[in-house]
Design a protein around this ligand. Structure first.
Ligand code: ADP
Length: 281
């Protein structure tokens, strides 16, 4: 009897192990699929600028040999495209590396005591040129004193610049139903929200056309763009800015989310660890 009980127990244990193995296997398969999806997106994203670079380089090289000649204006235009596309390629590669490091936990972020208001001001300064060019009025609406937080100043600036650049870039009326969108003086601004539980809140606001309801939940996914190429002017973004920014904020013990969006504009909310609260831990 004792032997048969022991056998029963062993068989139950074996069954449990088998179930666990099956689950682990299913998880691995799912992970593999995620990796495959990511890789195929990456190669698709890289292929577009590469194809463009290769074809223009071929035309230029043919023209210097036996192929059809180009006038100097055409040649200059093709070189500009090659230059622009190779810059885009570099940016894409940097962003892909950045998000991979962040997701695999290899990125090391500093936790320094910083003035978030100061970083917001530098980010606004950095984006002033683009704002002027795009006809967007850029404002910073914060009290004059410092806002002490813990974080990594370069990374925080990267997040702020990304949010401001989106607020400036996405304002084309063709990107939304014209009936809902009235052209108006364009504005983007940073302000402070109430904040909770040891967290400081900064709000990045714009009065652009907003993000369509159907796309709201997707914009934090890798390579997602709310406006497709034929739905409106696409600004050549990678669709990695928001997922990278969210990863950075979460690594810093804060968060980034979309608070509101609609035909009146969008508000992205950044939460940062309050320095005093972090020191008390
Ligand atoms: P990228 O700007 O490189 O395309 P992001 O991850 O920064 O990638 O943004 C994803 C998408 O979310 C953008 O392509 C755009 O469609 C939408 N989006 C982001 N910010 C705004 C904004 N302030 N107003 C309207 N749409 C936005």
């Amino acid at each position: 009897i004792r032997t048969s009980r022991a056998l029963e127990r062993k068989s139950r244990e074996l069954q449990e192990t088998a179930t666990q193995l099956r689950e682990a296997n299913a998880q691995l398969t799912a992970l593999d699929k995620l990796k495959d999806d990511f890789l195929s997106r990456v190669s698709h994203e890289l292929r577009t600028p590469m194809t463009s670079i290769r074809s223009f380089a071929e035309i230029l090289s043919d023209a210097s040999g036996n192929g059809p000649k180009l006038d100097s204006d055409q040649a200059a235009r093709f070189l500009t495209i090659i230059h622009r596309e190779s810059e885009r390629l570099t940016r894409l590669l940097d962003e892909i590396l950045d998000i991979s490091r962040m997701e695999s936990g290899q990125a090391t972020l500093r936790q320094d005591r910083l003035d978030a208001a100061e970083i917001a001001r530098t980010a606004v300064e950095t984006m002033e040129g683009l704002a002027k060019q795009s006809g967007v009025e850029l404002e910073i609406d914060l009290d004059s004193g410092p806002i002490w937080v813990t974080g990594d100043s370069d990374r925080l600036k990267q997040v702020f610049v990304n949010l401001l650049s989106n607020a400036i870039k996405y304002h084309h009326p063709a990107q939304t139903s014209p009936a809902k969108w009235t052209p108006r003086p364009r504005k983007a601004w940073v302000t402070r929200g109430p904040g909770v539980d040891g967290l400081v809140e900064l709000r990045f606001c714009d009065n652009g056309p907003g993000i369509p309801e159907s796309q709201k939940d997707k914009i934090f996914s890798k390579f997602a763009r709310a406006w497709n190429e034929d739905g409106g002017e696409h600004q050549g973004g990678s669709g990695l800015g928001l997922p990278i920014s969210r990863q950075i904020m979460q690594h810093l013990g804060g968060d980034l989310r979309l608070d509101k969006t609609g035909p009146e504009g969008s508000i992205f909310v950044v939460h940062l660890r309050n320095a005093a609260a972090a020191a008390a831990e």
